[in-house]
Structure formats: C-alpha cells, structure tokens
Design a protein. Structure first.
Ligand SMILES: [Zn+2]
Length: 264
C-alpha cells in the first residue's frame, strides 16, 4: 500500500471536490493519508476532514510560520489535544528562516513545546526545517539528551550535515515531489547518499509541490505514485519494492497506522 504521510486536505483548494480527491487517492492505491495540522486554530477543520474516513489520520501542531499565534503554548496543552485515537503525530513544527513569518524566539519556543509533547505522548514529531539546518540539529540533539522522541524530518531539502546528524538520532525522512524537479539535484544526492534506506517515507504535501508531470498544478494525494516512482528510479528499486519499503517504514514510525494496517 502507498501511504501519503503529509496532506493538507483541509485546504480551501479542495473545497470544491474534496471527496473526489480522496476517491482518486484510493483508486491510485493510497491506503492511508495523514492530514496535517499547521496551526492550532485549524485543528477542528483537520479533524472534520479526517473523522469520517478510517484511512485518514491526523496530527496536532503549529507550523513555524504560525508559531507567533501561540509562542507560549505548553507541551501539556499540545499533548492533551493529541490524546485522540486518530492523532498519529505531533506537528508540523520546526524552524523556518526562509520566510521569517514568525520571530525565531517564538519558533524555538513552539518547537520545544512540540518536542515536549512528543516525549509525553510517545508520538513522532514532524519537523519542518528550512534554512535552519544548524539550529535544528542543535535543538534536536540537546532535547534528545533530555529524553528521546521519534523524529521525522519532513519534506527534506536540508544539507548533508543535518541529514547525518538527524540519522544519528534515529530520524526518519520524508521525500516528495521536489525530488522530481529538474533543479533539485542536491536534494536527490542527499536522498541517495545520506538517508538510511529503512527510514525513507513518502508524502505529497498536497496541494503544494505537485511532482512532475503535474508540476505547477494543484497537487493531490493520488500523485503520490509519481513520488514513489522517482524514489524507485533514484534507489534502483522496483515500484513494488519501493512501496513495500516505504509502507513498512511508515508503519514503524506511525505506530497507530501500523497497528491498523496489521489488523486489516
Ligand atoms: Zn513543512
């Protein structure tokens, strides 16, 4: 089965045809999807999208862009919302120096609260990092010293050094349509040379980052097949093998999904 570990299904860009988009994904072989919460105020919308569908799971978190909405959020507050049988991860959270929509102090405070919630709940932490490799690595290492928590470096476009330091902490990595873009040879090199083969998983980040041959259009979870095929090409794996490897890794990282798949 294919598992899309990062979809923004509550996006208004799916308001006209959300049910069709979900059906297309299933028809393309996507057996599970994770609907991502990127600001606390939208958790109810994410929940509403996932609740009717047993194959759509959800997260709780605030993207670094939105850290300023609630920079003083606590680990306990996040963990309380995460106490929900369909919440499979904490995040997305992290650091983003590219846009700087939230001040860095707010981003770091929010990031550390999310880490605390991952530790309290045992759920994996979905980390977004952009132009913040060094600080992301430092915080993850410092916090792991205080008590380990499962890490996913999502939409990985960072450098080799963060990939190595993340891998040493046991982190998983998610890859998406970016690796199909012509100018992304650095991203492809890191995928092939630095990511532990049993810790690579797939995502679309729909509606953003549509893979070639849909680049520039609205992305959908059904397009995950193109992400799978590109990873297969880069690693020299068959499509079936790529699907099996990434599904196994996803089931290990997101234990609730693993248990549901094993029981089905
Ligand atoms: Zn992200």
């Amino acid at each position: 089965m294919l598992i899309d570990t990062h979809v923004n299904l509550h996006s208004e860009r799916f308001d006209e045809d959300r049910d069709d988009v979900i059906e297309h994904a299933r028809a393309a072989g996507v057996g599970a999807m994770i609907a991502i919460c990127a600001r606390f105020s939208e958790f109810d919308a994410v929940k509403a999208v996932s609740e009717p569908h047993p194959d759509i799971w959800r997260t709780i978190g605030a993207h670094p862009h939105h850290a300023k909405d609630k920079p003083d959020v606590t680990a306990d507050e996040i963990a309380k919302i995460a106490d929900d049988p369909r919440v499979v991860a904490i995040g997305e959270t992290g650091l983003d120096n590219h846009y700087g929509y939230s001040p860095m102090e707010a981003q770091e405070a929010s990031f550390r609260a999310h880490i605390g919630a991952a530790r309290l709940t045992g759920l994996p932490l979905i980390v977004h990092t952009r132009e913040a490799d060094e600080r992301t690595a430092e915080i993850l290492e410092e916090e792991t010293d205080k008590g380990a928590f499962p890490i996913l470096l999502h939409c990985y476009t960072g450098g080799r050094e963060l990939a190595r330091r993340g891998a040493a902490l046991g982190a998983f990595f998610s890859v998406n349509g970016i690796m199909t873009f012509k100018n992304a040879s650095d991203v492809r090199d890191v995928i092939v040379e630095e990511m532990p083969e049993d810790r690579i998983i797939l995502e679309t980040d729909a509606p953003y980052l549509a893979p070639v041959p849909h680049r520039g259009r609205r992305n959908e979870p059904a397009f995950l097949v193109h992400v799978r095929d590109k990873l297969a090409e880069l690693k020299g794996w068959s499509a079936e093998e790529t699907q099996a490897r990434t599904a196994q890794a996803s089931a290990r990282l997101f234990e609730k999904i693993g248990a549901a798949v094993a029981a089905s």
